[in-house]
Design a binder for this molecule. Structure first.
Ligand SMILES: [Mg+2]
Length: 243
């Protein structure tokens, strides 16, 4: 029993996949949606500056993949919608935490949430915990590899309704990687809190290593469907009721 853990912290930083949301949602719902809509989305929006920006980023990433001998599927004629979609598919399969990929995925998901084809999922204890933390005047923020847009969309369109009113800040890989201590230092600064006043929850021990190195308290989230973590000394949390 870990009740009381993290109680002293007045800022709570949450990972999404495997922490607020089942891994299944990401891998069985959100990623497949992005895969199956990528080509058609790029075709329809190829002239939008923000889409052009993402595609340029993907082109650079592709060049690097090719240079490193990773053999990505080729970008026909510098990148047709179909060949971009094949490359995106390859990146998703590799679970690449790529900023342009995540940015484009966010835009694809935006349409899915708007049409209600996509509905975000959170574990049952999450909505009540978010409400309670707000009542307790604790600050809640998200740190996920998914783009800030994707994070906001997920929490705005959950099966439990719009949860964004309980979340004060969102951070993605534009702040830094989740395995880098420096990212957590930056987040603490952005939240206006010393690291010691923040608790970070994630299902990935290497993320906890990085946050702990920045002086943040960390808890390992054990949720249904998570991968068993490697040997570690972190305190486990199975429900946000405990926090
Ligand atoms: Mg996670």
């Amino acid at each position: 029993m870990t009740t009381g853990v993290g109680k002293r912290r007045d800022a709570i930083l949450l990972d999404i996949e495997g922490t607020t949301t089942p891994l299944d949602f990401v891998h069985q719902v959100a990623f497949p949606y992005a895969r199956s809509h990528a080509e058609e989305f790029i075709e329809r929006h190829a002239s939008l500056p923000e889409v052009i920006f993402d595609l340029e980023g993907l082109r650079r990433e592709h060049a690097q993949d090719a240079r490193l001998g990773r053999k990505p599927p080729s970008l026909t004629n510098g990148g047709t919608p179909r060949s971009f979609a094949r490359y995106i598919d390859w990146l998703i399969t590799a679970d690449r935490k790529s900023t342009p990929l995540k940015s484009l995925q966010g835009k694809i998901w935006e349409e899915g949430y708007a049409s209600r084809e996509l509905v975000g999922r959170v574990f049952d204890d999450v909505p009540d915990a978010l409400k309670r933390w707000q009542t307790e005047k604790r600050l809640v923020a998200i740190f996920s590899s998914g783009s800030v847009l994707a994070q906001q969309l997920l929490f705005a369109h959950t099966t439990a309704g719009d949860l964004t009113k309980y979340i004060s800040a969102y951070f993605d890989t534009t702040t830094g990687g989740k395995l880098e201590a420096q990212s957590y230092t930056k987040i603490a600064r952005a939240l206006g809190r010393p690291p010691q006043e923040i608790v970070f929850l994630s299902d990935v021990t290497r993320e906890l290593d990085a946050a702990a190195a920045a002086g943040i308290e960390v808890l390992l989230c054990d949720r249904p469907g998570n991968h068993p973590p490697p040997e570690n000394a972190y305190t486990l949390i199975r429900s946000f009721v405990e926090l």
